[in-house]
Design a protein. Sequence first.
Length: 209
Amino acid sequence: MKKQKAIIFARVSSDAQSFDRQVEDLKKIAQTQNLEVVAIITEKVSGGKKNKERRGVQELLNQIKKLKVQKVLVSEVSRLGRNTMETLRLVEEIHENGVCIHLADLGMDTLDESGKQNLHAEIVLHMLSLFAKDWRRNHSDRVRSGQARAMENGVKFGRPNGEESRDQFLSKHPEIVKSFRSEKLSIRKRAKLYNVSVNTVMKMKKHIT
């Protein structure tokens, strides 16, 4: 019997996180289900970001059509979208291509063998996405509440009046900016070489890298 083709899709929300665990676990599932993994697509994008373009998702949709796969493997539904509507739209678009999604944490396929939508999976997708949306809303409310209390106590948020911008700050030290692109020096050596404070070099490094 010919193996079905599958794509592994993994997403993390920060540079500090790794795809490795997601990918390895999904490879084992593919092996168990006798699937041929024809592509592994990874994406680093925060759940809170508002940027419209997700290159990983675009690549996923392109490869689904190009490679004519039958299944997409993800560790959990939250890896598909950053909010409820985004998740459901992506699931719908994947289904429109006749492709099933396997949710590893639930051990569940979103389509049955005949290609019809699995009712239980549909309910779970809606519920989990709504839970995720509710968590983010509560988290944002807690942040705003904390900021309000801090402001009541005299804490100021945002850039103080008169504080120079990133570009203004960097323009004051063009030779140091250039050195970051051409010289490999420690923070202290660079500060000594250009006769500035260590804190200044650290601040520049933060803005440049």
